[in-house]
Design a protein around this ligand. Structure first.
Ligand code: FAD
Ligand code: SF4
Length: 555
């Protein structure tokens, strides 16, 4: 294909898929390059064992050189095909400098008030269900959730109410599943027990494939190539412009060109692509001359699960991911440091417990599967330039990451465990008649280093090319026509799941690119570029509107 395109988008996950949706109506010629296929609709979508095949077995390496398998989901829609679809806004304070146990979470260059309208648009596009006004840490909003909260199943409702009577403030988790509870016969979502971590067999999850890519993929101006893995980017002689996108397309190397190139491969793979694209003008990796930060500041949250079991009460819930708790998000009396978010996760199934019988003894795995209530806990990890994605020998991806902020995570786990124990697994509410002595257990699993589902931060954005990789429009400071719109731009990770922020940012960057392609009329920024690359129409910097505002959060 020797055609020249207006835009090439690499990757179709939360960032790339959303950006495509935003740009497609412009009529500009867009080429989308996705390394994976469309995810097949088949029974394995909803089978515990069968669903493993939707995660890549690709090998990366830890800093000791040992093999790790992060298990990314390479499909149209990226990791949103298998995600849990909890679509949270970051808190207002997450955009401000904040002291944590292990250091400082830095300030973002643009603040919540700048993000707010994009969050609203993101929630519309991804059809988020939720309820405002119940979570004390919730940021202000100018629009209601587009859909009502997902109802709790009876056992979860009991726990929700009990937590409230204990003075806690549980609230309905903001969810992207297309459930119509008022008319279930019309509902795309059937409310099943294989959602979090599985693809949706009936296409009802709010993923980037179904809601962003498919609605626009048949437009005449959009060309989507699947099984097209981008290997590297080539630049002009000056190094200021990407001239060629080198692709392994069904086993054959091809080069495509466009005016604008948008990388959205996920924070790890986007950094790896830029690093692999090193050349004489960019010896440390593409876009890495000014800051040296490409691949650095990798964040992925401190994460873990807590499976709470009491045989006093069974939990027959199918879709239990309907509750979140932020009472400890910013800490608690006597502990001044942020601790993080608690939310329900997909219900534990017995197939996932097989082989782990010892861990749960004296409870049997049948008892665990029948009675468990399953929680997911998240603590913010702090950006550290030493935590990085590196590429060795042009191929091997090294994830050099040392966890920080573990102490507040451990405290959050213990605190939550204590509260659940106090509730006795919920038995104060309507205990069941039971001839046997009840058994209970609280089982924590901390996610290992290679659990990179919440990967962000490897090309942080900012105003200063010395201290950030991307400018405020997510354009690479050092390359005039190159953008990155996945989770790489994050400055800090907050302690809620990252995807709604990635979607909101892709919409924000999409607005900018639409203006730019329409002639840049709305841009009044410094213009740079060279005669050689003919790119002097591309503005270098969009000044933060935040600069005009006072900080909107009192620390
Ligand atoms: C099991 C699981 C559960 C999760 N649950 C939640 C949740 O409940 N809420 C939440 O907010 N987040 C959740 N996440 C995280 C969420 O999936 C990610 O935040 C989100 O998908 C990241 O979007 P992205 O655009 O940065 O990258 P991705 O969605 O990963 O997209 C990257 C895309 O680039 C493609 N690609 C990569 N390399 C190349 C290449 N070289 N050439 C061409 N294409 C390439 C990939 O195939 C993919 O399509 C979960 C993740 C996992 C794994
Ligand atoms: S709960 Fe709904 S969205 Fe999730 S996999 Fe089941 S049908 Fe699909």
């Amino acid at each position: 294909m020797s055609e020249h395109f207006d835009v090439i988008i690499i990757g179709t996950g939360a960032g790339g898929g959303t950006l495509l949706h935003q740009l497609a109506p412009s009529g500009k010629k867009i080429l989308v390059l996705e390394r994976g296929p469309f995810l097949a609709r088949e029974k394995d979508n909803w089978s515990y064992q069968g669903s493993f095949k939707y995660y890549s077995s690709e090998v990366m390496y830890n800093k000791e050189g040992k093999e790790i398998r992060p298990g990314f989901s390479y499909q149209v829609g990226g990791n949103t095909k298998v995600y849990g679809a909890a679509l949270f806004r970051l808190r207002e304070g997450d955009f401000e400098k904040f002291r944590h146990h292990d250091g400082t979470s830095p300030e973002w260059p643009i603040k919540y008030r700048d993000w707010e309208p994009y969050y609203g648009r993101a929630e519309q596009l991804y059809q988020v269900h939720g309820k405002a006004g119940e979570d004390p840490t919730e940021p202000w909003r100018s629009s209601e959730y587009p859909f009502p909260p997902i109802s709790h199943e009876p056992r979860i409702k009991e726990v929700f109410e009990t937590l409230k009577t204990r003075g806690l403030k549980p609230y309905p988790a903001p969810m992207g599943v297309r459930l119509n509870e008022a008319a279930m016969h019309l509902s795309p979502c059937i409310r099943c027990d294989t959602c979090d971590g599985y693809p949706c067999l009936v296409g009802a999850k709010s993923d980037a494939d179904v809601l962003a890519v498919r609605p626009v993929m048949n437009r005449a101006n959009v060309t989507l190539l699947t099984n097209a893995k981008v290997l590297r980017l080539q630049t002009s002689a000056s190094g200021r412009e990407v001239r060629g996108v080198v692709v392994d397309f069904n086993g054959e190397e091809q080069v495509f060109s466009s005016d604008l190139v948008v990388v959205s491969c996920g924070a790890v793979n986007s950094a790896a692509l830029l690093l692999r694209s090193a050349n004489d003008q960019h010896p440390r990796g593409l876009g890495n001359n000014s800051s040296g930060l490409v691949g650095r500041n990798l964040m992925k949250h401190v994460l873990g699960s807590l499976i709470a079991v009491s045989t006093l009460k069974c939990n027959p819930s199918k879709f239990q991911k309907t509750m979140a708790i932020n009472d400890f998000y910013w800490g608690e009396p006597g502990y001044e440091f942020p601790m993080g978010n608690i939310q329900l996760m997909g219900k534990t199934v017995i197939d996932g417990l097989r082989g782990h019988e010892e861990k749960y003894a004296p409870l049997t795995i049948e008892e665990v599967a029948k009675n468990s209530i399953d929680w997911w806990l998240t603590t913010e990890d702090l950006p550290d330039p030493q935590n990085q994605v590196r590429v060795e020998d042009a191929e091997r991806i090294i994830i050099d990451y040392t966890e920080n902020n573990s102490e507040p995570f451990d405290r959050l786990v213990e605190r939550w465990k204590g509260i659940l124990k106090e509730l006795g697994g919920g038995d104060p509410i309507v205990p069941q008649v039971n001839d046997f002595a009840p058994k209970s257990g609280y089982f924590t699993t901390k996610m290992p280093m290679h659990s990179l589902g919440h990967q962000v931060g490897t090309c942080k954005f900012g105003e200063d090319p010395q201290t950030s990789v991307l400018d405020l429009n997510c354009r690479v400071h050092d390359v005039d026509n190159l953008y990155v719109v996945d989770g790489s731009f994050f400055v800090s990770s907050g302690a809620v799941n990252p995807t709604l922020t990635i979607i909101a940012n892709a919409i924000r960057v999409g607005d900018h690119l639409l203006q730019l392609m329409a002639g840049g009329a709305a841009m009044q920024d410094e213009e740079v570029g060279s005669a050689e690359n003919g790119l002097n129409r591309f503005p270098r910097l969009l000044t933060s509107s935040a600069a005009n505002h006072e900080p909107s959060f009192a620390k």
